[in-house]
Design a protein around this ligand. Structure first.
Ligand SMILES: Nc1nc2c(ncn2[C@@H]2O[C@H](COP(=O)(O)OP(=O)(O)O)[C@@H](O)[C@H]2O)c(=O)[nH]1
Ligand SMILES: [Mg+2]
Length: 242
């Protein structure tokens, strides 16, 4: 198996069938979808299993007993995908904020870099027009805050739409990663950058979610703000490995 797309879900039943169709419509030959569901009350887990049967095993579901957060959902998903032999792992949300057709560009970008990030904050990238100004400002501020403290040149450091090479993920000390929510994205990008991996950005239009509600809370934003300082300390002795 070449490409595995890891998608964490919590109450995403309305989005799932459409997302699977959109992804399998892409001209990518060896392609697997892995949902990581946290026992969603709306039945997303069962629906994902059904989609697996309909798609001849090209869709799998990792089912966890309860809502355990985005960070561990991704970590469990990454480990599973690597164990299945994935050469490239893409991470994305289930809610169509991350345009499925951009998976191709992200994967192509791995020919010249180690982690490709779908970015809202480079030329050609954009946040949904319908977002109120305060929400745009908060997202922009969060990014600038984290980038400045961690001295990172990547523009969109909280983005959750990324492609990873197998070797990059294998070289990352995933067992040390403790962050959830937006902080998880920051921690993974920071670790990759500190280890000397090349990060690159592909512009995306980040649309507001099509169905359902955001699961991100004020608590997760505050966690991210504090975690940035902890990351700076925790990884202060890290060396480049490439
Ligand atoms: N498995 C799992 N998925 C989650 C959890 N929290 C959020 N998600 C999923 O992670 C993705 C991003 O969450 P979302 O609510 O869209 O965040 P937002 O885009 O920042 O508002 C979506 O696919 C959610 O269903 C969680 O605790 N566990
Ligand atoms: Mg979302």
């Amino acid at each position: 198996m070449q490409l595995s797309v890891v998608i964490p879900t919590y109450n995403e039943a309305e989005n799932l069938p459409k997302l699977v169709s959109a992804l399998f419509a892409l001209p990518i030959p060896d392609f697997h979808i892995l949902f990581v569901d946290d026992n969603s009350p709306d039945g997303t887990g069962d629906l994902a299993e059904k989609l697996g049967v309909q798609n001849g095993g090209r869709v799998s579901v990792l089912r966890r007993p309860g809502k355990m957060g985005l960070g561990t959902a991704y970590l469990d998903g990454f480990r599973y995908a690597l164990k299945q032999g994935a050469q490239v792992v893409v991470q994305m949300d289930a809610d169509f904020s991350h345009p499925p057709q951009k998976v191709i560009e992200l994967v192509d970008a791995l020919q010249t870099c180690d982690v490709a990030i779908g970015s809202r904050y480079i030329t050609g990238g954009k946040l949904d027009d319908s977002w109120p100004l305060w929400r745009k400002a908060l997202s922009g501020f969060g990014n600038t805050y984290a980038r400045t403290i961690l001295s990172l040149s990547t523009r969109d450091i909280t983005a959750g739409f990324r492609a990873w090479r197998r070797d990059t993920l294998l070289a990352m000390p995933l067992y040390q990663v403790r962050s959830n929510g937006y902080a998880f994205q920051v921690e993974m990008a920071y670790l990759a950058s500190r280890l000397g991996f090349r990060l690159c950005e592909i512009p995306i239009y980040f649309a507001d979610r099509r169905w359902g509600q955001s699961k991100m809370s004020l608590k997760i934003q505050v966690e991210a703000a504090v975690r940035v300082w902890q990351l700076l300390y925790q990884y202060r002795h890290l060396h480049k490995i490439r």
